[in-house]
Ligand binder design. Structure first.
Ligand code: FEO
Length: 392
């Protein structure tokens, strides 16, 4: 794809990666992704904002064929899907300077071997004149690494946000056209990448309040021409109350835990609580992460393997602990053959979760009537807790 004009002398560049299905060897990409770079041509200087993932560098290099000079390469974030092609750009434009935060400078030197002499570091709020266009740099740490910043192009009122507000969608659309589709992708992105840093992101959102933003141009996904829409969604995900929902990741080896899961699900639904089930042998981990954004309660369902939780249940607990969702309650259900330490093991894996633990239900072999009654009691306890907190 050729470069595409966004505004006078402001262009989208980059690559649409239609085929990629996994990011960081971890995150599913059902819809591919994009690596967006942007070119801003001022009357005196030209700046390239970010680059692309190195496997697609040839796309960006072809787009730069007709560009006579690049004076500055602005690096918002040191992760290689945006910074990895900087060395190639420096080969093509050897006089260019890399403009970044002091913290990112060190990271770019470590990760890419870029020499110290090419850097210009910028303070929070510092501006850089390109002549008739001005870049203002806003430090925005932890979206999603410690070195990140965003850039506001003052004359055109564009916020270049890099990963912040991004979404993994491969499409030929330059701007958001299908808000429903983008909402899902942006929420998935938030859940997988940003959720652990909710409190810092809230502060970054506050920093953006004074800016009159017409467009948000992220480095993944499409450009937002209704910035308030995605910013409101972020506020809801970050500080909105959790919802009257139980997220229930589970794994069952011989059907006993599955019976418990089904019984608890029915009991919760009868009490007006939404349930999102994830069978961990087949689930898309991104979908589970998305459900964790809103759920008030997490219930892990697990069989017992070698005296502990099934490894897939341990993986779900590890993931939830790492993502630090806003859930307030947690419980564990499952079955064992002769004993074990499932509860202790899982409880030890979630120190980051600020949750009240509700009475777990573990049974020996097939669940009995008393086990089903215990599951009913758990459903009642969850329902009461949600009502007490006025969750909807
Ligand atoms: Fe899109 Fe954190 O890199």
């Amino acid at each position: 794809m050729h470069k595409r004009q966004i505004k006078e002398k402001v262009y989208w560049m980059g690559a649409v990666d239609w085929d990629r299905r996994l990011f960081d060897s971890l995150i599913p990409l059902p819809d591919g992704t994009t690596y967006n770079a942007y070119l801003v041509e001022g009357s005196d200087k030209t700046a390239l904002l970010d680059t692309v993932d190195p496997p697609m560098a040839d796309v960006l290099m072809a787009q730069l064929e007709g560009v006579p000079k690049v004076d500055y390469i602005v690096s918002h974030h040191a992760e290689q899907d945006h910074s990895g092609s900087i060395p190639l750009i420096l080969e093509k434009f050897p006089k260019a300077k890399v403009v970044t935060t002091p913290k990112a400078k060190g990271m770019l030197m470590d990760l890419l071997g870029i020499p110290e002499s090419v850097f210009i570091t910028v303070a929070d709020g510092e501006t850089l004149s390109l002549g008739d266009k001005t870049l203002k740099f806003i430090h925005a740490p932890w979206v999603h690494w410690p070195e990140t910043m965003v850039t506001y192009l003052q004359e055109d009122r564009i916020l270049f946000s890099c990963d912040f507000f991004g979404s993994h969608i491969a499409t030929s659309d330059l701007f958001v056209t299908d808000e429903g589709r983008v909402y899902e992708a942006a929420k998935r992105y938030f859940a997988e990448i940003m959720m652990p840093f909710r409190s810092v992101i809230e502060k970054n959102m506050e920093k953006l309040k004074p800016f009159d933003i017409e467009l948000i141009a992220p480095s993944h996904g499409q450009i937002y021409d209704r910035p308030s829409w995605i910013m409101d969604a972020y506020r809801d995900w970050i500080i909105g109350p959790p919802k009257n929902t139980v997220v229930l990741p589970y794994v069952s080896m011989h059907g006993s835990t599955k019976r418990m899961v089904d019984h608890l699900t029915s009991a919760l639904v009868e009490k007006g609580v939404r349930v999102e089930l994830f069978h961990l042998t087949v689930t898309d981990i991104g979908k589970l992460a998305m459900a964790l954004v809103d759920a008030a309660t997490i219930v892990v369902g697990t069989s017992t393997v070698l005296a502990g939780p099934h490894p897939l249940a341990a993986y779900a607990a590890f993931l939830a602990n790492a993502l630090r969702p806003k859930a307030r309650f947690l419980s564990i259900i499952g079955s064992y053959g002769w004993g074990g330490k499932t509860l202790e093991t899982l409880a030890g894996m979630i120190p980051n979760l600020k949750v009240e633990v509700l009475d777990p239900v573990l049974c020996k072999g097939l669940p009995s009537e008393s086990d089903f009654k215990a599951l009913d009691a758990l459903a009642s306890a969850i329902s009461i807790k949600h009502k007490e907190h006025h969750l909807i």
